[in-house]
Design a protein around this ligand. Structure first.
Ligand SMILES: O=C[C@H](O)[C@H](O)[C@H](O)COP(=O)(O)O
Length: 224
């Protein structure tokens, strides 16, 4: 199986996972990226079984609407039955690196509201120690150089993602050279830097379940 086939297999597994949890008034959180896109495309099959979705990016909102799925503002919603999204890396505690597609802040907000965070990923995303994938950090534009200097003090090597503006109008620094042995502590350290909007480290609120696509089948993994 190639990587796209693995992504499709976990998208299908997520459809099967969430179907029994959906009720006519359920609102679902929907993520961003190539794996989430496979999930969105399959979600069209279920559109009569739930009320609507909250999207973590403008791109996902557009894709959902094209399938006839109602997209709601998070402020008009009390609870999300689940949030389904991909990841760039996951460790055994289901702490994640996300934000390869620059959607990390909205993803973090939607995940925070969801009753359950269902992560879907192919096996290339499974790691012992987070940090081989450069950690994305969303930053207010005028704070970019200051935050970059502070990230160097934390041991990282930040690189400005040129030409990328987030859905929130901010910029991304991708932090290389981090071996993230204490994800919760690093998440807290980065959060308290003035000018940082959010980091792509999902450790305090990691995934509740990971559907990991392997050549031999989809493995269901809970946090260790
Ligand atoms: O900002 C993007 C998201 O965090 C994605 O969920 C993440 O980058 C994984 O994307 P993909 O499914 O395309 O590998």
């Amino acid at each position: 199986m190639n990587q796209d086939q693995l992504k499709q297999s976990v998208a299908r597994a997520a459809i099967e996972y969430i179907t029994p949890k959906l009720q006519a008034d359920s609102i679902l959180g929907v993520g961003t990226g190539s794996t989430a896109n496979f999930f969105i495309d399959m979600l069209g099959e279920l559109k009569d079984q739930f009320a609507g979705a909250v999207a973590s990016s403008d791109a996902s909102a557009t894709r959902l609407k094209a399938l006839g799925i109602e997209v709601l503002d998070l402020n008009s919603v009390g609870e999300l039955v689940a949030y389904v999204d991909g990841a760039d890396e996951s460790n055994a505690q289901l702490a994640l690196i996300k934000g390869g597609g620059a959607a990390l802040t909205r993803e973090k907000i939607v995940a925070a509201v969801a009753r359950e965070f269902v992560c879907i990923a192919d096996e290339s995303k499974w790691v012992d120690v987070l940090g081989s994938f450069p950690l994305p950090v969303e930053v207010i534009p005028m704070a970019r150089s200051y935050v970059a200097r502070e990230l160097v003090k934390l041991g990282g090597s930040p690189v400005y993602r040129e030409g990328v503006v987030t859905d929130n109008g901010n910029v991304i620094l991708d932090v290389h050279q981090l071996a993230i042995v204490d994800p919760k502590q690093l998440e807290a350290d980065i959060n308290q830097l003035t000018g940082v909007v959010a980091s792509g480290l999902f450790a305090r609120r990691g995934a509740d379940v990971l559907l990991l696509g392997r050549a031999e089948g989809v493995e269901t993994i809970y946090p260790k």
